[in-house]
Design a protein around this ligand. Structure first.
Ligand SMILES: Cc1cc2nc3c(=O)[nH]c(=O)nc-3n(C[C@H](O)[C@H](O)[C@H](O)COP(=O)(O)O)c2cc1C
Length: 291
């Protein structure tokens, strides 16, 4: 499949439909302006899909180690490297982590399960050991560690996708954050960002269509004037290839059965109920200063 075709599959639109200016450019510097068809990195990322069904086959430990080595090559804010991952290898521990949340019961059968954590503790310990003040006890420390964790986890996912494995991040592990935190023995200034299931997929997961780039890519100034119209078009495009069955509509007793149950209807219904509203309290308990 061509790169162009992969983009169309991802967005339901050819690339040129996203941008007012689109066409061939000629590079003065000799660098490629158009992706070459054999660029495997682009292919891997464009074909990304989360998987929730896996073969029982184990992943070789040497491959797991290679994936971690690749993942931690990701960029890091100020080279602070504020990420830790806790691999859950004890099946009874995994059961305890997922038992209180029926929504993630399926993760029990993923060959590998881990929890990616933001880790602002290490730099604090380094400062303490040198007897230097840690003068950045504010919200930025929380955010930098969280962003780093997301980037490293995503790099792990790309690496795994590139060898034919599939993953699924699990923020639902944070539904019971206090017990997860205790189970993982997380100290102050460390918190879970997401779980991650990894395995050889037992079926090909479908490509999930993304918002068009004329909503997400802004030029010079943020501008969402057209966003709702464009989201409506996106809903129709997405619904044309992936209309969820009526029984999958969220909260029909509250919102009724929608004729067109697109992305925006589903996401708005999802976010009409509070989710993980205790997270801020937990983060404060982990001694982050959020001011
Ligand atoms: C931080 C993060 C947390 C996620 N948490 C969950 C989760 O708890 N349960 C789940 O089934 N999928 C979860 N996902 C997967 C998303 O649902 C998925 O990435 C999204 O629907 C897009 O689909 P795709 O990854 O197949 O392209 C999560 C993804 C991210 C990035």
């Amino acid at each position: 499949m061509t790169i162009q075709r992969l983009i169309e599959d991802r967005y339901g639109l050819p690339l040129c439909d996203h941008f007012p200016q689109c066409g061939e450019e000629h590079s003065q510097s000799g660098h490629t302006t158009q992706p070459t068809e054999d660029n495997s990195t682009l292919r891997t990322i464009l074909q990304h899909a989360s998987a929730r069904k896996f073969e029982s086959e184990k992943i070789q430990e040497s491959l797991m180690q290679l994936l971690f080595a690749t993942a931690f090559s990701a960029p890091s804010k100020s080279d602070l490297q504020q990420v830790s991952v806790v691999r859950i290898t004890d099946p009874s521990q995994r059961k305890r982590i997922i038992s209180s949340n029926p929504k993630i019961a399926w993760t029990e059968h993923a060959p590998q399960f881990m929890v990616w954590c933001a880790d602002n503790r290490r730099i604090r310990k380094v400062c303490e050991e040198k007897d230097y003040p840690f003068a950045n006890d504010h919200l930025d420390s929380f955010m930098n560690a969280a962003v780093d964790a997301g980037i490293v986890m995503q790099t792990f996912i790309i690496a795994a996708d590139s060898v034919g494995l599939r993953c699924c991040p699990i923020s639902e592990v944070r539904d019971n954050i206090e017990s997860l935190s205790m189970e993982l023995n997380l100290p102050e200034h460390v918190f879970p960002v997401a779980g991650l299931c990894v395995g050889w997929p037992s079926e090909s997961p479908s490509t999930s269509m993304r918002l068009p780039l004329n909503i997400t890519v802004h030029v010079n100034k943020y501008d969402d004037e057209e966003a709702l119209f464009r989201i409506s078009d996106y809903d129709h495009r997405r619904e044309a290839i992936d209309q969820p069955p009526t029984e999958k509509q969220r909260q029909p007793e509250r919102f009724g059965i929608a004729d067109i149950y697109g992305w925006s209807e589903d996401r708005a219904r999802q976010y009409s109920v509070p989710l993980r509203s205790g997270f801020g309290c937990y983060i404060r308990k982990q001694r982050f200063n959020l001011c």
